[in-house]
Each structure stands twice: as C-alpha cells, then as structure tokens.
Design a binder for this molecule. Structure first.
Ligand SMILES: [Zn+2]
Length: 63
C-alpha cells in the first residue's frame, strides 16, 4: 500500500484517523487542520475518505 502522510504533523495516516479533505484533495488530520487552511470538502475516517474518492483508490488495501 502506498502511504501518505499528514502535511502538518508528517505522521502517516492510519485508517481509523479522523481526517479532513480540502478542496485541493489534500488530506490532513482533523486535529491538525486549522481554519487558516483551505476550504473543507469532506471529513471522516481516513479509510472512509479514500474509499469515497476515486483519486485515492491506488492507496486502498488490495481486496
Ligand atoms: Zn497531522
């Protein structure tokens, strides 16, 4: 699996982490994202977000 890291804290995401998807399709931890950052497009668990958007399907676990 291709890993991606939070651009703020640099930790790799785990599937259970609560994350924010911004309008540039950047994923950040919900706790790292601040109101100074880009507009929010969606939020949820990391697994929920990568399943929902085709652009992230290459990092999904293989079925
Ligand atoms: Zn973070």
């Amino acid at each position: 699996m291709k890993k991606i890291a939070c651009p703020y804290c640099r930790d790799f995401f785990e599937y259970s982490h609560n994350v924010i998807l911004d309008i540039n399709y950047t994923i950040s931890h919900e706790i790292c994202f601040t109101e100074l950052n880009f507009e929010i497009k969606d939020k949820g668990s990391f697994l929920n977000i990568i399943e929902k958007y085709n652009v992230f399907h290459e990092i999904l676990p293989k079925a």
